[in-house]
Design a protein around this ligand. Structure first.
Ligand SMILES: NC(=O)c1ccc[n+]([C@@H]2O[C@H](COP(=O)([O-])OP(=O)(O)OC[C@H]3O[C@@H](n4cnc5c(N)ncnc54)[C@H](O)[C@@H]3O)[C@@H](O)[C@H]2O)c1
Length: 376
């Protein structure tokens, strides 16, 4: 992947942000990064885009993304649009010579994701993905401890993201199968799948057994009260509202995954990852996006059981994602999480949906597997 253009004297990256919903998190990230400047914003919701442009001092606003790509003087874009547009917007941006930071999930499926990764390679541009939750302090600490061998062999992990009433917007693109590609599995599950596999050291997944359900959404129940979206229609709920999966790895370890946008549970909006190792364990449990008080670690202290809570600091995940992206562009350093890592996760999501549809355990083809921890 190429970094800075040869002979370029640029020491700042000029960026366009496409999408004015979660595009806010990207604007906040770039605002923390002295070597980047957001100069253009695109979105169909003109009022919100203008409001964000004013707040973050962005000079140009556009409606459709094609106008931004044609007119703005930029080196890179953040792609923060509904899932079905990740592929066309990324391909258009790469064709226009821009580096791309795309929101999760990389795409609706591995076929689309593969096209994005190949196009970035062919263009010699960076394709990065916003797995922002890897940069929480609890995640970073556990990752470092696993890598240092402190947990021994991690043989079992559990990951969950459960909401009592958290459908992002009943009747919006989120609940439309064609536009979203799926429900909570592709929306929230992709985050916890990524965090768990990354913490485990990216073991190779060989088999998946999964089930999905749609029980509350089709009844018009479970819309997220804190959502930016108003409920637009009670009908037309086309995706799952709960998914569960068991993933088996080549090294014998397993991962149990559970995610719901809406379910009768005491968890209002909670996610986490637990790791069980031969020498120690770690449990991250995040309630309502708390940044501290979320990690407990387990081990031995002499002949007593150790149960401790490291002190944590709050961190803005998109800030770290943006910094890696900008560093990759200007300094030519490998970018992680990369598009290939994003592709690996959608490939597994495809297998989870396939297992659920077929009602049996399925093999995961490992051809074209992403590089995991490696460079893009
Ligand atoms: N990493 C995270 O924490 C996080 C959080 C929320 C959403 N997301 C991801 O961000 C993406 C967008 O989700 P959202 O919640 O912001 O959705 P949203 O519906 O709130 O926003 C989508 C934006 O895309 C714009 N858009 C649509 N078509 C466009 C076009 N042709 N040209 C230009 N702009 C266009 C819309 O006008 C809107 O501004 C999704 O892929 C979602 O998974 C990530």
């Amino acid at each position: 992947m190429s970094g800075r253009e040869p002979g370029s004297d640029k020491d700042r990256v000029r960026v366009g942000v496409i999408g004015c919903g979660a595009g806010l998190f990207h604007l906040e990230g770039y605002a923390e990064e002295p070597r980047a400047e957001v100069v253009a914003l695109a979105g169909l919701d003109t009022d919100r885009c203008r409001e964000l442009a004013g707040k973050f001092n962005v000079g140009q606003t556009f409606g459709d993304y094609r106008e931004l790509l044609a007119e703005a003087d930029i080196d890179a874009v953040s792609v923060v649009v509904p899932n079905h547009l990740h592929l066309p917007v990324t391909l258009a941006a790469l064709a226009a010579g821009k580096h791309v930071l795309v929101e999760k999930p990389l795409a609706r499926n591995a076929n689309e994701g593969r096209q994005m990764v190949d196009a970035a390679h062919a263009a010699g541009k960076i394709l990065a993905i916003a797995f922002n939750r890897r940069h929480r302090h609890d995640m970073e600490l556990v990752k470092a401890q696993v890598e240092a061998g402190e947990l021994g062999r991690v043989y079992y992990a559990k990951a969950f993201w459960m909401r009592r009433a958290g459908i992002p917007g009943l009747g919006t693109w989120f609940t439309n199968k064609e536009q979203a590609g799926g429900g909570p599995l592709i929306d929230l599950g992709v985050h916890i799948l990524d965090m768990a596999l990354w913490l485990m050291g990216n073991p190779t997944v060989t088999r998946v057994s999964a089930a999905t359900y749609a029980e509350l959404g089709p009844q018009g129940k479970g819309n997220w009260p804190g959502s930016r979206f108003r409920q637009q229609a009670a009908g037309g709920y086309e995706v799952e509202d709960l998914a569960t999966a068991l993933l088996r790895m080549e090294d014998g370890s397993t991962l149990q995954l559970e995610t719901a946008w809406a379910a009768y549970t005491g968890m209002s909006d909670e996610f986490g990852v637990s790791l069980f190792g031969s020498k120690g364990g770690a449990e991250i449990h995040v309630k309502d996006y708390a940044q501290t008080g979320t990690l407990r670690v387990y081990g031995d202290y002499g002949d007593a059981a150790l149960d401790a809570a490291p002190r944590l600091v709050a961190k803005h995940g998109h800030g770290a994602i943006v910094r890696n992206f900008v560093t990759g562009i200007l300094d030519g350093t490998p970018v992680s999480p990369s598009g290939e890592e994003g592709l690996d996760r959608v490939r597994l999501i495809d297998a989870i949906y396939r297992s659920a549809a077929e009602g049996r355990e399925v093999e995961v083809g490992n051809g074209n597997r992403g590089t995991g921890d490696g460079a893009s």
